[in-house]
Design a protein around this ligand. Structure first.
Ligand SMILES: Nc1ncnc2c1ncn2[C@@H]1O[C@H](COP(=O)(O)OP(=O)(O)OP(=O)(O)O)[C@@H](O)[C@H]1O
Length: 588
């Protein structure tokens, strides 16, 4: 199957999976019992039918006929009940296990370092949490228990055949290797075909996902025709891969049916001969029972390949999911300091950091921000400005040096406590597909609608939000695409403001917005930075000029620190930057 699974059946992996059924032990044993009952009831039917034909009907015994018919009804009822319980509870167990594993997986993902997400594909993680989970569930609902039930059924059916008429049983067993061989060939072919189908489905998924995400580019560059041609090709491959599985099914099942029929013919013929030879006189009932028993033996055999496939696919999925669960990439949260309030002094002391091991991005950054001060960070693209704010709230761990808040190493704070004092407004604002109110309060029950409205009035965005249909209850839909980038940033300002942080980190948007939004943003910026330590990656001259200190960065180093006036006077990097970037803005 896949190189990930290694061997055909991984006992260690299976044991680990079964361990997840521990909270549902009673159901687990209940399903196992239903499987046993199912196989027993299944073989009881042919036995009773044989007795009805050979004893009651032939012997014209009405009393016995009535008893046997009632017994038959009871058996059928038992069969229906055990089938029902088996189906329902095997699925219930599967769904319960995947719910638990999925919750564990998501919890694990919530604790991962940003580095983990930098190196993982979104599509892969979504597949692990959704499609792979379904496959794991199928191990229980369609794989493991069904195989056990089928094997039991086959075993009991074979035993009953020998018991009823061992000579006829031998004929059936003689055909078994032929069916087994055909099944094996079929299984192998289907495995290859299904691997192909899965690869094509995955191609389809990523193609559609990417084109929908990048639809703007597709349409801007008028690539519609080329893309639809490419899509046709992928679809064609997908169709052909599916047809291969249909073809194998179309060959295998009729062949299996023919072998079954030939076996039946042999049974009838040999049974008849036995009757003629006087070896047995209950040939009618025996042949009837054998017809049913053969079906009980051959039908599961034909389907067992499919079930093994389900089991194996589930195991591969489980292996992948467990790999994520075993990943040691969680953020260290070993600090114990929890503070209900902080002043907001920040120190970076000779901080060195790189996203990749051998590629340092910050080369010894040192600066201090006193509580209540606003500092602006400026510099060329790729200089390391965003990296600084990524480090303050411990999205990434530094290689060396020290970052402290109120004189305490950020690592010594409890992570949740540290982050509760820092609000971050990024350029690319992320909004959940939810109401504006929920996007602002982030579902913190302590922040009610009246607090949100008061805060919105304070930073001057109440009017804009109220003008939206439904106001604060307006649903911004996926990723907030219903709003402009300026509007999204205003909502992010409000989100930061209501949490009343001691430290505010703001990455000003570079994209230009209309004058009205610009004014709103400027006013909101002034208001939210007031009275709290603020670190602003500044792109607006207004913000830079008002800052208590400007940190000028170039290629991962701080090249200058000072106020706007001081730095202009100095005539260095900042004054060049000012002339190149901001002078025009000022003149305008
Ligand atoms: N997640 C990441 N993984 C690897 N490298 C990264 C990552 N994020 C940023 N970098 C690299 O780190 C360096 C600094 O990036 P950073 O985003 O801090 O620059 P910046 O000054 O904020 O730039 P901009 O103004 O364009 O946002 C760049 O060379 C960038 O390629």
């Amino acid at each position: 199957m896949s190189k990930e699974s290694g061997k055909a059946f991984d006992t260690r992996l299976f044991k680990r999976l079964i361990a997840h059924t521990k909270p549902y032990r009673i159901t687990f044993y209940g399903v196992a019992l239903a499987a046993i009952l199912l196989s027993l009831f299944a073989v009881l039917t042919p036995i009773i039918l044989k007795q009805i034909i050979d004893d009651a009907v032939k012997g014209a015994d009405a009393q016995r006929l009535l008893h046997l018919t009632i017994t038959m009804l009871v058996v059928l009822l038992g069969q229906v009940l055990s089938q029902l319980s088996f189906n329902y509870y095997a699925n219930w167990l599967g769904e319960s296990v995947i719910r638990d594993v999925r919750i564990n997986l998501f919890r694990k993902m919530l604790g991962f370092k940003m580095k983990y997400f930098d190196n993982s594909s979104l599509g892969v993680l979504v597949t692990r949490a959704v499609a792979d989970m379904q496959r794991i569930g199928e191990i229980f609902s369609q794989g493991f228990f069904v195989i056990v039930a089928d094997l039991l059924k086959m075993l009991v059916a074979a035993g009953v055949m020998i018991y009823i008429n061992w000579r006829l049983a031998l004929i059936v067993f003689a055909v078994l290797p032929l069916i087994l061989y055909a099944t094996r060939l079929f299984q192998k072919a289907m495995k290859v075909a299904f691997t192909e189908v899965r690869a094509e489905v995955s191609n389809l998924n990523s193609f559609v996902q990417e084109r929908i995400t990048g639809m703007r580019i597709v349409q801007l560059f008028t690539r519609e025709k080329i893309e639809s041609e490419k899509f046709r090709e992928i679809n064609e491959k997908h169709k052909n891969a599916w047809l291969k599985t249909v073809w194998y099914n179309s060959i295998f099942f009729p062949i299996a049916e023919i072998v079954s029929s030939i076996t039946l013919g042999l049974i009838v013929w040999y049974g008849g001969l036995q009757n003629v030879a006087g070896i047995t006189d209950d040939v009618a009932g025996t042949v009837f029972a054998f017809i049913m028993l053969i079906d009980l033996l051959f039908r599961p055999l034909r389907q067992i390949a499919d079930k093994f496939n389900t089991l194996q696919m589930g195991m591969v999925a489980a292996n992948r999911v467990f790999k994520i669960l075993d990943t040691d990439s969680s953020i260290d949260d070993l600090g114990h300091i929890e503070k209900s309030t902080i002043k907001g002094d920040i120190t970076f002391k000779d901080v060195r950091f790189g996203y990749l091991e051998d590629e340092e991005v910050l080369h010894g950054i040192s600066f201090d921000v006193s509580a209540g001060e606003t500092i602006a960070i400026v510099g060329a693209t790729g200089a390391g400005k965003s990296t600084i704010i990524n480090l303050l709230n411990r999205f990434y761990e530094i290689n060396s040096g020290l970052i402290s808040v109120d004189g305490v190493d950020v690592k010594d704070y409890k992570l949740a406590s540290l982050r509760s004092h820092i609000a971050v407004v990024l350029q690319d604002v992320f909004l959940f597909a939810d109401t504006i109110a929920n996007n602002i309060s982030m579902k913190d029950s302590a922040i009610g609608i009246s607090e949100i409205e008061t805060a919105a009035k304070a930073i001057g965005v109440d009017e804009f939000i109220s003008s939206l249909p439904g106001g604060y209850e307006y649903n911004v839909k996926e990723r907030g695409t219903m709003l402009s980038s300026g509007q999204r940033q205003l909502i992010a300002f409000l989100r930061a403001y209501v949490s009343n942080p001691s430290i505010l980190v703001l990455d000003e948007a570079t994209s230009s917005v209309d004058t009205y939004s610009e004014q709103l943003i400027q006013k909101a910026t002034d208001k939210i930075t007031q009275g709290r330590t603020s670190i602003v990656i500044a792109h607006r001259l207004g913000t830079i000029k008002k800052a208590d200190k400007i940190i000028v960065m170039d290629a991962g180093k701080i090249v200058e620190i000072g106020t706007h006036k001081e730095l202009l006077k100095k005539g260095g990097y900042y004054s060049n930057l000012y002339e190149a970037q901001f002078l025009a803005e000022e003149v305008a």
